[in-house]
Ligand binder design. Structure first.
Ligand code: UT7
Length: 329
């Protein structure tokens, strides 16, 4: 029996040019730069301002960079998965459009919806297609235009989120590099604490839902914070223990960038030093599905073949999980 692992062989990313600073937010809601920095670690975030551009705009840029950097022929791509909480439209798959636009004309494409854990679930799904031996080139892109669902009068959410997209190419590896293990979970206990109430089948759009501002993301920040720390730590610890990973041999922690204090809690539980922890929340904020691939994008130059990376994510639903992968190039 062949032993194929699914390895990341290229990374692409895109963040919009427009920088929204904490100072700008001070003019919109009752907040201040010092509070945002100290409570979240965020200094600025990017906002997609292009007229008529949705999430696919950023995902296509990330996808094109993956093709360019890897040197593959787009016609050889088998599958494009886009993980997003802000698809271009309901019903029409964003991934289908992204695949067509990047020239993956022989691919199939579909979206995965798992809030901030979407990329981790997508990496799992994409890897399974590779490990099966059935497909050879799978692109997984995490992308969100959070500014399309953020209420810029709500200081519980608007200070956190930003727009961005990142993605990876997955290919078969016969040396054993790539995804090694994962622990993925969900629990609808979290449904009421982080959601967008209207616009779905439960509460279709109406004048009333618009008047009630129910088409924006809402969260009970304190409750989400507690669950995020406990579930991400639990998942990352399980993954570390069952793979004999510890502070001496973990090269990197790539954790969902929702709040620097959450990331610090996980890294301290794993006894990691700052230089083992990927961090870019200060410049992008929480890009939801974009955070983990954007970390890989920003840190790509520092990564070495064989690096041991623990990924951890937590998001609405609730959804959460952790993965262990070894870097393949
Ligand atoms: O990505 C998916 C999952 N999402 C997350 O993981 C987000 C998790 N939650 C968080 O990151 C944090 O809960 C927030 C950043 C949203 C809020 O931080 P917090 O430390 O939990 O603040 P809090 O809601 O407990 O509020 C503490 C204080 C309150 O004032 P008092 O009652 O102590 O006087 C708030 O009114 O801070 C106040 N406050 C603010 N002040 C300035 C809350 N939000 C703000 C703000 N600016 N934006």
């Amino acid at each position: 029996m062949s032993n194929i692992t699914a390895a990341i062989t290229a990374v692409g990313g895109y963040v919009p040019d427009y920088v929204m600073t904490n100072k700008e937010l001070e003019t919109m809601v009752d907040t201040n730069d010092e509070w945002i920095r100290s409570r979240t670690g965020i200094e600025e975030r990017r906002i997609l301002k292009e007229e008529g551009a949705g999430t696919s705009f950023m995902a296509i840029k990330a996808g094109n960079e993956i093709i360019e950097k890897s040197g593959i022929d787009a016609k050889d791509i088998d599958l494009v998965i886009v993980t997003t909480a802000t698809p271009d439209m309901n019903v029409a798959s964003t991934a289908s459009h992204v695949a067509t636009q990047i020239g993956a004309v022989n691919a199939f494409g579909y979206d995965i919806s798992a809030a901030c854990s979407g990329f981790v679930y997508g990496l799992s799904t994409g890897s399974a297609f590779i490990e099966s031996g059935k497909y050879k080139k799978v692109i997984v892109i995490g992308a969100d235009k959070m500014s399309s669902i953020v209420d810029y009068t709500d200081r519980n959410t608007c200070i956190i989120f930003g727009d961005g997209a990142g993605g990876v190419l997955l290919e078969p590896n016969t040396e054993g590099y790539g995804l090694q293990d994962e622990y993925l979970r969900s629990d609808s206990v979290g449904r009421e604490f982080l959601n967008m109430e209207a616009g779905g089948s439960l509460l279709p759009p109406s004048h009333e839902t618009v008047d009630n501002r129910q088409h924006f993301i809402r969260q009970d920040g304190r409750t989400v914070f507690k669950y995020a720390v406990s579930k991400m730590t639990e998942a990352a610890t399980i993954i570390a223990e069952r793979n004999d990973l510890n502070s001496d041999n973990i090269t990197w922690l790539a954790a969902h960038q929702a709040n620097k204090r959450i990331i610090n809690a996980i890294s301290s539980r794993l006894n990691l030093k700052d230089e083992q922890v990927m961090m870019n929340i200060e410049k992008y904020g929480n890009t939801t599905n974009g955070t983990i691939p954007l970390l890989l994008w920003d840190y790509e130059e520092k990564l070495k073949k064989g690096d041991k990376i623990i990924i951890a994510a937590f998001g609405g639903g609730f959804t959460w999980g952790s993965q262990y992968l070894t870097w393949a190039y």
